[in-house]
Design a protein around this ligand. Structure first.
Ligand SMILES: Nc1ncnc2c1ncn2[C@@H]1O[C@H](COP(=O)(O)OP(=O)(O)OP(=O)(O)O)[C@@H](O)[C@H]1O
Ligand SMILES: [Mg+2]
Length: 903
């Protein structure tokens, strides 16, 4: 029912027509929204052809068919055409097409056919992989979709029932209910509300919650009519898509959905305040390194080849082919495959990863911040004691706390699950406490900054008196108290009293019992809405002690994570003493806890330095949690965050990877990329290990492939400088590159060394360059040995047949040394340096070996200019490969000893 303070139908009458000049100054796209903002509730409902009972199901279905789903934008970036376009614009394909054009000019039909086939294979692989990743993502999105509480009637005239409807099925005219933790699902006009506070951080960047109310006051109307001053975002009666409910509850009617919302029309997506995550930064670093290498290659090859005698066209094509040959073309495919495999493995273990890069970030994370209540603890509070201000057992604080909890819940439109309120109500029902003698007048819900909740009740039979009951965190309630009730008398509090009362609370806190203070005030009944300022001049009645225990899985999970190089930090709104006790129970050493107010004065570097050495932050609110996470990230850490509450949403959003646990409120789930579907924290270690396994395989592919490719370029340079012809034809370079890269795809399925999963890892461009140059040089030495052997076999290779022999010999040797390198370098290796790869890697390697040895004898080989070399060549080849293997293993040992790292 509507209360007197939040009248459903305000006393004021309908506003006159809007001032046309004012309207003209405003953005015409939002005229409709502004009109609704100034409209009395019933008129708005009429206009939307709805009622206080909401829509009936058939009508809702028809509107949905007409209006479309309530989603912001179509997934246009993911259409098959978009995938194809991206695949075709890949540099590898572009060069192939260029080569195709040249072949067409020279009338080389087999060349064109081969180039077409290569381009098609490359595009098809890429499109297929991206498409599959998309489908998986869409399925997960469905799993993670949120629902909204909507009033709907089964038939016209039937009674309305509140039920959960997927948020994308909302239509204009739907009557919805909001509660703390909800994401505002569409553009809404408030019909009634109770202490509603919303955060519009995602919309405006302003993190402080703003309060909203349904009343159509004269001032709101005047502002609307003038069309100046208040923006739609600031408008008190509108809740816009993308905002989140921080406290209170409301009933509202949907005015616009999907693309028709303020957001949809402003034509911008939710801004991402997260900044680049570790994954994005890493990929960027790698790309920049590769691009530099490519540019250097083009210039160097061009310089050398034009000095020697080729035509400009041939020389430039050759240079570009070398540069493209340098690129690990399959990198996007390998990354997606590897991450998607980890994603599906985790899903089988009950961990849903919404975005693929989150898998990498889980593996890279070196700091994990977690929230205490509900995440670290079991979130089943029990009442441990109830004490009067002198510390004697007394039932009165419990009775009043129960009244506060049960009326708070009853009065809300949609009760939010609250562990404290649940515990109080359950305990009261067991001890026979009832709430019969009162009726609720007003409620001021809990929020994480005040850390109190207040209700105003009217005792039965007393029309002019009201009883205000406040419960909340001990210090925060005591601060509002002027008296304490001791043996039925109200005693004024002096400094000594206060000190004793704090000491009493801290005695509970030290035992891990959270002290909830309960205070009251009686006042004459007023019609004024309840405000935080009314929580004053209270009389303390006593404390209720609540006990919450650490999850049994926590200690083991933390020690596993610490063993994997992840440091744990606890960020909680609870009291430092309680939190410290829970930390100890979970096997963490809280050392010196830091409180929220201590960090407000610190700038970011100072906060980061403090956060590095602090394990426990207590009494921190949502904004402070997010600041700590951002400061740690800015200081170079990869930060994960696990939480479940409204006060965790900004931090989840600010972290490199956010995870929410089972039972988390909508906004927490919404802000997370990872959903732990169990209560257990053990899954976190699995997720970290899966992320590292995935990363290890990506790093393997990247380093081995690029080092081989760099080696080739060095050899090409050496050969071009000394030979009177091109050391390998552009098409041959590309074919060899494609064959090798295709076989490397299987590294996505390889196993990894336990040592590679022991520490957090992320892309490190210095490490990449070092590895690539070191092993590239060795690879090139093998090539040079081949050149020398060829020189020995065939003398000068100036005849076309001699050139073809040279090309073939190098083609085969190159592929074989690369495959050998994969198997010798892919694992840390024991004393021999050898470890068996997973079966897919062995199979693809075998295929490439057979193809490279046999290709020259086939028509396809002939088409690309290869011809079978003499038998003696194979003897030389065997010798070179044996020496190469020996040198490679020695180099690997040297590298491991010099840099104390591998892959
Ligand atoms: N429903 C409530 N009514 C009154 N007081 C509450 C209520 N919920 C929490 N409090 C008080 O406010 C304090 C802070 O709560 P807040 O939600 O910020 O953090 P928390 O749930 O204790 O911890 P965490 O941040 O780890 O989830 C609590 O320790 C408690 O004393
Ligand atoms: Mg919490």
């Amino acid at each position: 029912m509507a209360s007197a303070a939040d009248p459903l139908i305000p006393a004021e009458t309908v506003a006159g027509p809007a001032d046309p000049s004012g309207e003209a100054r405003l953005d015409p796209r939002f005229a409709r929204l502004r009109r609704f903002a100034a409209m009395p509730p019933l008129q708005a409902l009429r206009e939307l052809d709805s009622s206080l009972q909401g829509l009936d199901e058939r009508e809702a279905q028809e509107r949905l068919a007409r209006q479309g789903d309530n989603v912001l934008s179509a997934m246009s970036a993911h259409s098959p055409l978009a995938h194809l376009t991206r695949a075709v614009l890949d540099p590898f394909v572009v060069v192939l097409v260029l080569l195709g054009v040249v072949s067409a000019l020279t009338g080389d039909i087999p060349g064109i056919a081969l180039i077409g086939a290569l381009a098609a294979i490359s595009c098809a692989l890429r499109v297929r992989q991206e498409y599959r990743a998309d489908r998986a993502a869409a399925a997960l999105q469905g799993m993670a979709a949120t629902t909204t509480t909507v009033l709907r009637r089964a038939r016209p005239g039937a009674a309305a029932i509140a039920r959960e409807v997927p948020t994308d099925q909302l239509v204009p005219g739907d009557v919805v209910r909001l509660a703390g933790g909800d994401v505002v699902p569409a553009d809404l006009l408030l019909l009634r509300c109770d202490g509603l506070a919303v955060s519009q951080a995602l919309l405006t960047g302003e993190s402080l919650p703003v309060s909203k109310h349904a009343a159509l006051t004269a001032s709101a109307r005047a502002v609307d009519d003038a069309g100046a001053g208040v923006t739609l975002l600031e408008h008190a009666r509108l809740c816009l898509l993308g905002a989140t409910v921080v406290g209170g509850s409301a009933t509202a009617v949907v005015v616009a959905t999907g693309a028709g919302t303020y957001f949809g029309m402003s034509n911008h997506d939710l801004p991402d305040r997260r900044g680049r995550s570790t994954f994005e930064r890493g990929v960027r670093g790698v790309s920049v390194t590769l691009i530099r290498l490519m540019l250097a290659t083009v210039v160097a090859v061009l310089a050398v080849t034009t000095f020697s005698r080729d035509t400009w066209l041939q020389a430039s094509l050759f240079a570009v082919a070398c540069a493209v040959g340098l690129v690990p073309e399959m990198l996007p495919v390998v990354v997606t495959t590897v991450l998607a495999r980890a994603q599906s493995a985790l899903r089988a273990g009950g961990i849903v990863v919404k975005r693929l890069p989150a898998v990498h970030n889980l593996g890279a994370m070196d700091v994990l911040c977690i929230d205490k209540t509900g995440t670290l603890t079991v979130d089943r509070l029990t009442v441990a004691c109830h004490l009067d201000p002198l510390g004697r057992s007394d039932a009165e604080p419990l009775r009043l706390a129960h009244l506060n909890a049960s009326f708070g819940l009853q009065h809300a439109d949609t009760p939010v699950a609250d562990a404290i309120d649940d515990a109080l109500i359950e305990h009261a029902s067991q001890s026979g406490i009832t709430a019969d003698a009162y009726t609720a007048r007003q409620v001021l819900g809990f929020d994480g900054t005040r850390r109190r909740a207040t209700v105003v009740l009217r005792p039965a039979g007393q029309w002019d008196r009201e009883l205000l009951i406040t419960k909340g965190a001990a210090e925060h309630v005591l601060a509002c108290c002027t008296h304490a009730r001791i043996d039925g008398r109200d005693v004024a509090l002096d400094a000594t009293h206060r000190q004793r009362l704090h000491a009493l609370a801290d005695r509970l806190h030290t035992d891990g019992v959270r002290a909830l203070a309960v205070a009251v005030r009686t006042r004459r009944a007023t019609g004024r809405p309840l405000r935080p300022a009314d929580e004053t001049a209270l009389t303390l009645i006593g404390y209720v002690g609540l006990l919450d225990e650490a999850k049994p899985s926590a200690a083991a999970a933390f020690s596993a994570l610490t063993g994997h190089g992840v440091r744990i930090k606890v960020l909680t709104g609870d009291h430092p003493l309680v939190a410290a006790r829970i930390c100890q129970d979970a096997g963490l050493d809280p050392a010196v806890p830091v409180c929220g107010h201590e960090i407000d004065a610190l700038d970011e570097p100072a906060l980061a330095a403090l956060a590095r050495r602090t394990t426990l932050f207590a009494r921190v609110d949502a904004r402070q949690k997010a600041r700590i996470v951002s400061a740690l990230r800015r200081a170079g850490h990869t930060v994960g965050y696990v939480g479940d509450g409204v006060n965790d949403a900004p931090a989840l959003h600010a972290a490199d990877v956010g995870a929410s646990v089972e039972g988390a409120v909508d906004i927490a789930r919404h802000s997370s990329e990872v959903l732990l579907t169990g209560k257990d924290l053990a899954g976190l270690t699995d997720a970290v290990v899966a992320g590292r396994h995935a990363f290890a395989n990506i790093a393997k592919y990247l380093k081995i492939t690029v080092s081989s490719n760099v080696g080739n370029v060095c050899s090409v340079l050496a050969a071009s400088a000394t030979l009177p012809f091109l050391p390998m034809l552009p098409l041959q370079i590309l074919l060899q590159n494609l064959l090798f890269d295709l076989s490397q795809l299987s590294l996505a399925f390889d196993h990894t060394d336990p040592a590679a999963r022991q520490r957090p890892r992320t892309f490190d461009t210095r490490d990449l360059s070092r590895f690539v140059l070191f092993f590239g040089a060795i690879n090139s030495l093998a090539d040079l040995a081949t050149f020398a052997a060829l020189h020995h076999i065939a003398g000068a290779h100036v005849t076309p047949a001699g050139q073809a022999l040279f090309h073939t010999a190098w083609f085969v040797e190159n592929l074989l040394t690369q495959i050998l390198a994969v198997h010798l370098l892919r694992g840390r290796g024991g004393t021999s340096g050898w470890s068996w790869a997973a079966r897919p890697v062995i199979v693809t390697s075998a295929v490439v070996i057979l193809v490279s040895l046999g290709l020259a004898a086939t028509p396809l080989g002939a088409a690309v200019g290869l011809r079978p070399p003499p038998a003696v060549y194979y003897l030389w080849l065997a010798g070179i490969l044996s020496v190469y293997a020996f040198v490679l293993v020695a180099a690997k040992r040297l590298y491991q000893r010099m840099f104390r790292t591998w892959l």
